[in-house]
Design a protein around this ligand. Structure first.
Ligand SMILES: Cc1cc2nc3c(=O)[nH]c(=O)nc-3n(C[C@H](O)[C@H](O)[C@H](O)COP(=O)(O)OP(=O)(O)OC[C@H]3O[C@@H](n4cnc5c(N)ncnc54)[C@H](O)[C@@H]3O)c2cc1C
Length: 501
């Protein structure tokens, strides 16, 4: 018989690989108001799908096929009108303050109709997550105020992440790899700011965004310890857009080249640099990795949700097809092999959804949302009038003491085990969800035969769109390696791992 104290000791231990059933803990630890809010978000996404996404998805895909330089401003304006670019900005920064994990459910819904459109909304929050991961409270507030004004004035103000370079994709996502790779975007410290030279590629929403979270390096030989995070504004001298990629899928969402030619970025736009990184308990390299883990833990769960959106979209198309199509005098749905395939597709959706939920629970309790999703704070911010944030809190967000306290809490009070748990589960959600998306697209095409290959049937677009998910936010290979590194490797001694390799 296990004693009460043994159970208590066991359930209170710090999170580790064995402690992956976060859903169980989350039931009591997460604010219950979240589930009502999440249901509202799902309903909103379904209405938006019916009124905007579904009618536009195929025509936008064709427009971009004919003219890859087309900027899908009509859609972005609609999303702005519906309030989607401020829905998940915390009330602290003037946004609507919906709980952050609910964005995954929203993106799954939109992604089930069109992944390009889901990305046109989702990438803004990738940019936002990068800004938040620096905990530069004053500057984050400035960026958010621009987005909020953009909603009020009908001129959308989006954020993007500019990390990938022509010679460095996977390499810039891990500090371990950065120093061995060939990063080339250089930030030179000068009086009053930085001068940046270099190119970034495949930047989603690049041409559409006003603010770009740029990751550059002071020392190209030791980038892992000299990372500089800068907020760059469209229109700054020395910053220009290059080509838009012609890609196989998600055609409606531009992937842009960003070019920096002696671009001066003032100190006021520095989100994080080496000087600021010296004040924490981890080395600069490890603090930089912690920042990368903060934002990828949030965004990889969301990309997992995109994958589940694709898996669901493909399942819906196949289910509708087999329930209307006759084969040898009987509907296809009556064949056992078809029923078995649908069951498999249904399973892929449900298991992938569990995976991104686990990752979001981890981020809520141990990662970037730890403070904001904390039960008491969640309810205080939910019911505090907006005016209090505007008049009393926002003016002090740039204060150095506030900045120090917020950073101290987020950087130093997060344990290494918490970093590994959030990062490992997010990688799992990313590759599980996006692989499920691809599997279901293939199965839908098998079930639909030649009909599935026609553009107007949507299944071939779903497959083309889903394929990109296995590549961005770290290829699925990299994410598998990250899961191994974070949650599996410690089950072995170094010697065992080396022996087996
Ligand atoms: C549609 C789209 C949108 C994107 N949006 C953005 C964006 O908004 N912002 C941004 O900054 N970037 C963006 N990217 C870039 C994306 O994050 C990179 O494509 C991704 O990180 C992979 O890098 P890569 O394409 O250079 O592949 P590479 O790193 O060149 O990888 C090539 C192959 O080698 C493998 N590999 C690489 N390194 C290792 C390793 N160390 N160990 C084992 N295998 C390895 C990979 O798994 C892959 O199979 C986007 C990409 C796409 C396709």
């Amino acid at each position: 018989m296990i004693s009460r104290s043994e159970i208590k000791a066991f359930t209170q231990k710090t999170p580790s690989f064995d402690d992956t059933f976060l859903g169980l803990k989350a039931i009591s630890r997460q604010p219950s108001g979240m589930s009502k809010e999440t249901r509202k978000v799902i309903a909103l996404a379904r209405k938006f799908n019916a009124e905007v996404v579904r009618p536009l998805a195929l025509s936008l895909d064709i427009t971009m096929q004919k003219d890859p330089t087309h900027i899908p401003m009509d859609f972005v304006n609609k999303a702005n009108e519906w309030g989607f670019y401020t829905l998940w900005i915390p009330k602290l920064f003037g946004g609507q303050g919906y709980n952050l994990p609910s964005i995954s459910f929203f993106l799954e819904e939109i992604g089930s109709e069109c992944l390009a459109m889901a990305n046109l909304i989702g990438v803004h929050y990738l940019g936002f997550a990068v800004a938040v991961s620096s905990w530069s409270t004053g500057l984050i507030n400035r960026l958010c105020q621009d987005t909020i004004n953009g909603e009020k004035t009908g001129k959308p103000c989006l954020m993007s992440l500019a990390l990938t370079e022509p010679g460095a994709g996977t390499d810039v996502e891990e500090t371990d790899l950065m120093d061995k790779g060939s990063v080339a975007c250089h930030a030179k410290k000068v009086e009053g700011g930085y001068v940046v030279n270099g190119t970034k590629v495949f930047i989603s929403n690049g041409h559409l965004s006003h603010w770009h979270m740029l990751i550059a390096f002071e020392d190209l030989k030791k980038p892992s310890a000299s990372t500089v995070m800068l907020a760059v504004e469209t229109g700054m001298k020395g910053f220009s857009f290059g080509r838009m990629e012609k890609k196989m899928g998600q055609k409606g969402c531009p992937a842009s080249e960003l070019m920096f030619d002696n671009c001066f970025i003032p100190d006021a736009n520095v989100l994080f640099n080496s000087d600021q990184g010296k004040h924490f308990k981890r080395s600069l390299t490890r603090t930089n990795m912690q920042i990368i883990d903060f934002y990828f833990a949030a965004s990889r769960a969301a990309v997992g949700a995109f994958g589940i959106g694709a898996a669901r979209g493909a399942y819906n198309l196949a289910r509708d097809y087999v329930s209307k199509t006759e084969m040898n005098g009987s509907l296809l749905i009556n064949q056992e092999w078809v029923q078995s395939m649908l069951a498999e597709m249904y399973k892929n959706v449900l298991l992938g959804r569990l995976a991104y939920n686990e990752a979001n629970y981890a981020t809520s309790m141990h990662g970037m949302y730890k403070l904001i999703q904390q039960k008491q704070l969640y309810y205080i911010t939910k019911y505090t009038p907006r005016i209090i944030f505007e008049k009393l809190i926002q003016p002090v967000l740039g204060n150095s003491l506030v900045l120090w306290l917020v950073r101290k809490f987020n950087f130093d009070m997060q344990t290494d085990e918490e970093i590994e748990l959030t990062s490992g589960l997010a990688s799992l959600a990313k590759f599980a969800g996006t692989d499920a998306g691809i599997k279901n697209c293939h199965m839908a095409l098998e079930l639909m035969g030649q009909a599935g290959l026609r553009h107007d049937m949507r299944a071939e677009k779903c497959l083309r769109d889903a394929k990109l998910l296995q590549i961005y936010e770290g290829t699925n290979q990299l994410n598998r390696l990250n899961l191994f590194k974070c949650l599996i490797a410690k089950d072995f001694t170094q010697a065992t791992v080396f022996e087996e390799n």
